[in-house]
Structure formats: structure tokens, C-alpha cells
Design a protein around this ligand. Structure first.
Ligand code: FAD
Length: 703
């Protein structure tokens, strides 16, 4: 439908890792196809937009980070809107897409906070809020939400123009709504609903319809037996269906490769410059020790990092980002597959395409100006990331074989969503896997730079206290392993796999005494960057009792807490210290009970008053009740825990796996509060929420 003059709307995003930004960019790119003009800005770019005078509809896309905190780029905005008077945004019509992860507490909290506050400030929805869950796949909500947005914008513009006409005709502010207006408003203002409810059949927009180009028999192998679907093969009805394929994303980069003159070969120097710019410090690994036995299912490794040459201070509860490269063999295969094997040492020169239609296109800031191709693929791009549908759509254009083209179209289409989830998202299929499977696909380097995200460092909690071991920080990590599947071979996690290999020359077997060791000139080095956590801290008042819950490597920050407490107890003899509880969990007492000796020592010297351990795969000793996981052990001590939290003003800390443990612990806590205080579920939830608000129930969890 053609749009009237009034077709401009504003897209504002608050992004931490770039997901909200890329969705906002997608919206703004698609806008012109639907007859709209979008202006896009990051929420932190306050000079680029002005909501006080904004008359067009506004679309917010905001993510949530940490324990429900706003992303850094939205912090100021959230703070600012909290202080505005109640009708400040009564002129504003908006839609909001909140991104979150249900594996974490406070799902979509930043989006919900902004939404609530905008409502309080008088702003009105022109489209229901979407809550997209990274835990199940953002696109499940994001895709239909974007599909429905265009229709909602049309209605919003129609309504706004009707209101304006009325205002002009009557020479008055259009307070009175027409019957039609109020019907629309009723729909739009209806309480925030999840976009799971959006009926796709209501969405008129049909774009890029691809007819079936390959018959089932053409698209399957000629073994005779009927074959099931796979990454490269589809079955009816998908193989015979017309497809709604997303619009082709506009390319925005020109990339050329140049020989580097011999006198300018940068190598190490250039790397050092890039590393320093990103805030990393190079530190030697003075000691590496297996904490688990050879027969443990998951191996955990302790690294002692020598900080003595760096001005790096930290508190227990903080973490450190570790910079890691992509694997050499994967970079090699990618170079080979792109036909750029002999250009690896050439310099990558990036420019914005003059004819690009991409709104707000920018050169990626994380790619150093003069880096070589090999450096780019090793240190700058997350080549293991799961290609988004927009990337898959772009790959279609660079695929020669008709059958492969069709399958890629299916995988990015609306009809092929289940196959995309099954063969790409859920299996963490990466670009290299796609290129191995789709042999005739040869994308240009520019496409990779446009679509692959920045290679992110991985965080590891400090497992030590600087008070006890000045000039040193310990971290502990478990080696992440992914079994082979039809889409890709067996793999280890990028950083945990690299670290294990990187320190292999000094790696000591478990059982070796953990002594402080000085770094040597040949000690392996890694790059780290402090990542302060100003909330996950020991309470300033040492008399406050603590409950710590940290199974597996989740125990790391509590080792730091307890080392700090131990030292403080030695130094402040007259001070009263609150009681301390630690709930730890692992599979077997003899294989993966990490930090066992150190924890038992804390118990002996009174630093830790109660150490409660659950072994998920061992039978209990004697008459002890079986407690498979930490939450079961906690339930046995619910009286004490509830009393610490609600009678003695204590603090509860949870650290580790976000996927199951944190939720199970939360459920157990609710149950304990309900039983001990005779409350119903709602009241018990409220009590927990209050503890969170008071920062006495703290989580540091990761997936
Ligand atoms: P990655 O390659 O990043 O893979 C990890 C995730 O990617 C998987 O969980 C999965 O979702 C996905 N994935 C990738 N490929 C596949 C595949 N083929 N199949 C299935 N899934 C796949 N960890 C610790 O061990 N100790 C700590 O003290 C610690 N502290 C942390 C503190 C903070 C603040 C945060 C945010 C995280 C912390 N972590 C800690 C987690 C750590 O940062 C890493 O996430 C972890 O080590 C895995 O990184 P990786 O690069 O080895 O794995």
C-alpha cells in the first residue's frame, strides 16, 4: 500500500552484544520496502534523536544483560526516563521489542522497565510489545513481530493523520477520539502481549515468494529408499511449497586485499596495538593444574595468572575477559573454501559502498585498519557463530547449484523455520559447516565481514582474593565439549578448548599441590581484561551471614570470597563475622569435587561454617539422604536458609549454570519460603523479588 507523506518513523536500539542493533537495522532496512522511511539511532546517541519533540511513531529494540540490567548503551536513557514528570511523553506512540533469555532471572527486564515507564509517562502503544527469548530462539518472536509491524505502522500513521486533521479542523487539540480511533487504540493499548499470539495469517505482507524450483526427487540422493530431511535435503511438504523468503539484505562493504610492503609487515606489533586498544593486558600463566581426575566426565582446569607486572586490581566477585583466537585449522579451511589461501598475508582494506541502501552503515570498529586477512579471520570475527537467516538469505546469491540454492532459500524462509531451527540453530551449525555442506556456495569475503559478529572474549570469575595472593589471580574453567552430529564434527568450546591447548606444556595432573609459582620467561601468556561486577560482592558488613550456592566451576567466586574472609579473620581478630554456608555440587566425590582440600581447610579454620555437597552420580554414604543437586541439599536446610535471609538480613549468592541450576535453585527458594512462612506461591514470589531488589539475592550465572 502506498504511504502518505507522513511515513517516517524512528528506530531506537539499546544493544550489548549487537543483537538488538542488528534487529533494529533489519527493521530500518525493510522499512522502505513497505513504503516507510526509518531513522535509526542507538539510545546512547542522544544528539541524533529527540523524543520530547518526536511526532512520528517510535520503535524500540532493547536487550537485557546480566541480572536484568540494561545494556550499557541504554543505561543513561533508562536513568533519564525515571526522572521525567508523569505526562512527559503523552504525545508519543511507540512499539517495543524486548530481547531476553528465560534461562536468566528477570527475563527482558530492561524492555519491561522501559515499557512500564513509557506508559507511566503517557506514551501509547501502537503495536503490542514483543518479548523474544534467546533461550528458545529470538526469531520465534522477532520474525512475526517484524512481519506484523508494517500493518501496525500503517494504522498508526492513519490514526495520527486523522487526529491531526481533526485538530486542524476544530482548531483544538485532538483529545476527543472518534469511535474508530478508540477501537484502534483499544487494540493497541491492550496490555502487553507476547507476540507468540500474533496470527501470521493476519499479516498481509508477502515478499520474495520463491516457487519450488527443485522437485523432491531432484533434491534427494538417489539411494532408492526415502530419505529424511537433513541440512542439505528437504522433504514434502516443504520441498514442494512456495516460499516466503526474506528480502536480500543490502550489502554495504567493499573489501579489497592488498600486498603488504615488506617494510610494513606488522605482525606482533600490530596485534599488540589492537589488544591494547581493546583494553587487554598480556599476563603469563604461572601455573596450570587439572582439578579433576582423568576419569571425570568434564575436566576443570585452574590457571594462576601472574599480574605482578600489571597494574590490575580486582575484588572477589569480579571476572576477567579472556581473549581467544579462532582455531588455526578452521581459519585454514575457511581460507581454502573462500579461495583465499594464498592471500592470507595480504592486508584487508575496507570501505563503505557508496551505493549501499543500508541505513546507518558503518565500518566495523573492531577490525583494525591495517590487519591481514589471516588476522581478521583469527582474531576479529566469530566464525563459529550460527548464521542468522539474513546471512543464509545472502548466501543464496552466491550459490551456483539450483538444488542447493533452493535448500538455502528454504532454510531462511518462513515455511522452513522448523528446519532452520533443527539443522542450523539447535545444532550450532556454523558458516564453515554450511560451506562444507553446500559445495557450490562461494561467498565473497565482504559478506562474511558484514554478517559474522565480533569475536567475543569469554569471561571467567576470579577464584582468588587479591588480599591473600597479591599480584595474582586464579581462574578455573571447564572444558566445554560438543559431540559430533550430522551437521558438524566433534568440537570443543572455542575459548576453553584453546586455553586447554595453550597451557598444555605446563598443565599438571590433579592432586599436585597448589603452590604459588613465579612465571618464567617461557610461561604461556594470555590476554585478559578486568570485568568488574559491582553487585556480586561480599557485604561490606562482615557480620552479615552468607549463603553461597555454586556447583561445578560456579564455586569459583566463592573461593575468592572465602580466601578474602579467611584473611580478614586473621587480620581483624575482634571483628564479628556472620555465619557462612556453601552449597556445592558435582558428579562424583572422587572425580570432580574441585577445591575439596581448600574448602575442607576453610571449614577446619572456621572461615566456612557449613559445607554441603551433593553428588549427582554417587550413592549416599551410610544413612545420609540422597541429594542429587544443590537445590535438594538446600531443601534439607530450608529453616536455616530462610532464617538467614528473612530474620537475619543475610545474603544469598548463586553462581554457575544458567540453563538449569539457577532456575531450580530459584524454585527451591520459593518452595522453602512458602513452607517456612506459610505463604502462597504469589506471596513467596514477591518475597524473593524483594530480596532481589534489596540486592540480597544475587546471581552470577552463565550459559
Ligand atoms: P563456546 O565455543 O563459546 O560455546 C559455548 C556455548 O556455545 C554453548 O553453551 C552453546 O550454547 C554454544 N555452542 C557452540 N557450539 C556448539 C555446538 N557445536 N553444539 C552445541 N552448542 C554449541 N565458565 C567457567 O568455566 N568458569 C568460570 O568461572 C566462568 N565465569 C564466568 C563469568 C561470567 C561473568 C560469564 C558471563 C561467564 C563465565 N563462564 C565461566 C562461562 C565462560 O565465559 C564461557 O562461556 C565458557 O567457558 C564456554 O566458552 P567456550 O568459548 O569454551 O565455548
Amino acid at each position: 500500500m502506498p504511504c502518505e507523506v507522513e511515513s517516517r518513523f524512528l528506530v531506537l536500539y539499546g544493544s550489548q552484544k549487537g543483537q538488538a542493533q542488528s534487529i533494529a537495522e533489519e527493521i530500518s532496512e525493510l522499512a522502505s520496502e513497505h513504503g516507510f522511511t526509518a531513522e535509526i539511532s542507538c539510545l546512547s546517541n542522544v544528539e541524533k534523536y529527540n523524543l520530547d519533540s518526536e511526532r512520528g511513531p517510535v520503535v524500540f529494540v532493547v536487550s537485557t544483560t546480566g541480572d536484568g540490567e540494561p545494556p550499557d548503551t541504554a543505561l543513561r536513557f533508562v536513568k533519564k526516563i525515571k526522572s521525567l514528570p508523569s505526562d512527559h511523553f503523552s504525545h508519543l506512540h511507540y512499539a517495543l521489542l524486548a530481547l531476553g533469555d528465560t534461562n536468566y532471572a528477570n527475563f527482558c527486564n530492561c524492555g519491561k522497565t522501559i515499557d512500564r515507564r513509557l506508559q507511566q509517562l503517557g506514551a501509547r502503544h501502537f503495536y503490542p510489545t514483543g518479548h523474544a527469548d534467546d533461550g528458545t530462539g529470538l526469531e520465534i518472536v522477532v520474525d512475526p513481530w517484524i512481519e506484523g509491524l508494517w500493518d501496525a505502522l500503517k494504522k498508526a500513521f492513519a490514526k495520527m493523520s486523522a487526529t491531526n486533521q481533526e485538530a486542524t479542523a476544530q482548531g483544538a487539540i485532538a483529545e476527543k477520539k472518534t469511535e474508530q480511533d478508540s477501537q484502534i487504540q483499544e487494540k493497541l493499548d491492550s496490555s502487553v502481549v507476547s507476540l507468540h499470539l500474533l496470527k501470521l495469517s493476519d499479516v498481509e505482507t508477502k515478499k520474495n515468494v520463491a516457487e519450488p524450483s527443485v522437485s523432491e526427487s531432484e533434491n534427494s540422493e538417489t539411494s532408492g529408499a526415502p530419505l529424511g530431511a537433513s541440512l542439505i535435503r528437504s522433504v514434502p511438504p516443504l520441498s514442494g511449497s512456495s516460499l516466503n523468503v526474506p528480502a536480500l539484505p543490502s550489502s554495504f562493504l567493499d573489501v579489497c586485499l592488498e600486498e603488504i610492503p615488506a617494510e610494513e609487515v606488522e605482525g606482533a606489533q600490530e596485534d599488540a596495538h589492537h589488544v591494547a586498544e581493546e583494553g587487554f593486558y598480556e599476563v603469563p600463566v604461572s601455573r596450570a593444574l587439572h582439578l579433576t581426575g582423568d576419569d571425570a566426565v568434564k575436566s576443570a582446569i585452574l590457571l594462576q595468572l601472574d599480574l605482578s607486572d600489571q597494574d590490575l586490581l580486582y575484588q572477589p566477585g569480579d571476572a576477567f575477559d579472556v581473549r581467544c583466537p579462532n582455531r588455526d585449522d578452521e581459519v585454514e579451511q575457511l581460507l581454502l573454501r573462500l579461495g583465499l589461501k594464498h592471500q592470507r598475508n595480504q592486508r584487508v582494506h575496507l570501505q563503505l559502498r557508496k551505493d549501499t541502501k543500508k541505513k546507518g552503515a558503518q565500518l566495523p570498529s573492531y577490525i583494525p585498519k591495517k590487519c591481514s586477512l589471516e588476522y581478521l579471520l583469527t582474531w576479529c570475527l566469530e566464525i563459529r557463530s550460527t548464521p542468522k537467516k539474513a546471512f543464509v538469505r545472502s548466501l543464496v546469491e552466491w550459490t551456483r547449484d539450483g538444488g542447493e540454492k533452493r535448500r538455502l532459500q528454504e532454510l531462511c524462509s518462513r515455511e522452513g523455520s522448523a528446519d532452520y531451527n533443527r539443522f542450523i540453530r539447535d545444532t550450532n551449525t556454523c558458516l564453515l559447516d554450511l560451506l562444507q555442506a553446500f559445495k557450490s556456495c562461494s561467498p565473497p569475503l565482504s559478506l562474511l565481514i558484514e554478517h559474522l559478529p565480533k569475536l567475543q572474549p569469554r569471561a571467567y570469575s576470579a577464584a582468588s582474593s587479591g588480599l591473600r595472593t597479591p599480584g595474582r589471580v586464579d581462574i578455573v574453567f571447564s572444558l566445554v565439549e560438543f559431540p559430533a552430529c550430522p551437521e558438524h564434527p566433534e568440537r570443543t568450546g572455542l575459548c576453553s578448548g584453546w586455553l586447554t591447548h595453550h597451557v598444555s606444556t605446563i598443565l599438571q595432573p590433579s592432586g599436585t599441590k597448589v603452590l604459588a609459582e613465579k612465571a618464567r620467561s617461557d610461561s604461556p601468556k594470555i590476554h585478559i581484561r578486568p570485568r568488574a561486577n559491582n553487585i556480586f560482592r561480599l557485604p561490606p558488613d562482615p557480620s552479615v551471614p552468607l549463603v553461597m550456592v555454586g556447583p561445578g566451576t560456579g564455586v569459583a567466586p566463592f573461593i575468592g570470597f572465602l580466601q578474602q574472609r579467611e584473611k580478614e579473620r586473621e587480620e581483624k581478630k575482634d571483628t564479628a563475622f556472620g555465619e557462612t554456608w556453601l552449597f556445592f555440587g558435582c558428579r562424583h566425590k572422587d572425580k570432580d569435587f574441585i577445591f575439596r582440600e581448600e574448602l575442607e581447610k576453610f571449614v577446619e579454620n572456621g572461615t566456612l561454617n557449613h559445607l554441603k555437597v551433593s553428588f549427582s552420580r554417587d550413592e549416599p554414604d551410610g544413612n545420609e539422604p540422597k541429594t542429587k543437586y544443590v537445590q535438594h541439599q538446600m531443601l534439607l536446610h530450608s529453616k536455616n536458609i530462610v532464617s538467614i535471609l528473612l530474620a537475619k538480613n543475610g545474603c544469598l549468592y548463586v553462581c554457575g549454570d544458567a540453563k538449569n541450576m539457577a532456575k531450580d535453585v530459584n524454585d527451591a527458594l520459593m518452595e522453602m519460603i512458602a513452607v517456612e512462612l506459610q505463604l502462597d506461591k504469589l506471596e513467596s514470589m514477591k518475597t524473593l523479588a524483594k530480596l532481589r531488589e534489596e540486592k540480597r539475592y544475587l546471581q552470577d550465572i552463565w550459559s
